[in-house]
Write a protein that binds this ligand. Structure first.
Ligand code: HEC
Length: 204
């Protein structure tokens, strides 16, 4: 199954797969939910940086990033949930499951341009939408870069609060992880579906 997904991913770089309307709907839902969470977290990070500086911001991320995502989840319709995953995670709750790890690796290895989103059929009626996240802003490196880029108080904070931290030594444009939206649909009779749909955008 894994090989099949990769093949479809690679082929899809230069063509659009015809997907039925239901798949498009699921893709759209995944995209909307992931963008909302992304905006929500981004807005809060920006606000904290402005009001309390980088140290205040990391304290805020530490205390609130996960609860914010939990609260966000509790407001989603039944059958839909969202989380962040990364192969090099900082918070162990963001450790990817095996199938998610494979997709992250596929995104890293198979694309020259980052897909905007990607849909995986997990089982009949259950899908995962992936929104790849790259280190797109220099500010990310203040907390995820190398030891020259991370200010001393942040390094101290990381050591104390994330002793197993893996989320450092990133460079600009590196794949940081993904937002994963799981979408469960009631099983329908007409279940002939494509495994993966990919939409690509120019890498900026
Ligand atoms: C002020 C410090 C800070 C900045 C700036 C920052 N992060 Fe993080 N990031 C954190 C912390 C702390 C966590 C762990 C949060 C938790 O405990 O849930 C984290 C977690 C994450 C995660 C979840 C996966 C994991 O490793 O647990 C992603 C994805 C992520 N950051 C991406 C980014 C991106 C992209 C940027 C730039 C837009 C960025 N971060 C900027 C501090 C920061």
């Amino acid at each position: 199954m894994f090989i099949r997904v990769i093949l479809i991913l690679a082929l899809s770089l230069f063509m659009t797969l015809s997907a039925d309307d239901e798949l498009k709907e699921i893709y759209k839902t995944g995209n909307e939910v992931s963008m909302k969470l992304l905006k929500n977290l981004g807005k809060n990070l920006k606000k904290e940086m402005k009001s309390s500086g980088i140290v205040g911001a990391i304290e805020f991320c530490h205390t609130n990033a996960y609860p914010l995502a939990e609260k966000f989840n509790s407001n989603l319709p039944e059958g839909i949930s969202v989380k962040r995953v990364s192969s090099k995670y900082r918070n162990p709750v963001n450790k990817p499951l095996q199938d998610e790890e494979k997709i992250l690796k596929a995104i890293e290895d198979s694309f020259e341009v980052t897909p905007k989103g990607l849909l995986q059929e997990v089982s009949e009626g259950e899908y995962k939408f992936y929104k790849p996240l790259r280190i797109a802003k220099p500010v990310c490196l203040k907390c995820h870069g190398n030891s020259d880029q991370i200010p001393a108080p942040i390094q101290k904070f990381l050591k104390e609060n994330y002793p197993e931290d893996r989320a450092v030594d990133y460079k600009m444009r590196d794949l940081r992880g993904a937002i994963v939206v799981t979408i469960k649909k009631p099983v329908t009779k007409d279940s002939e579906t494509a495994e993966t749909e990919v939409e690509v955008e120019e890498d900026k």
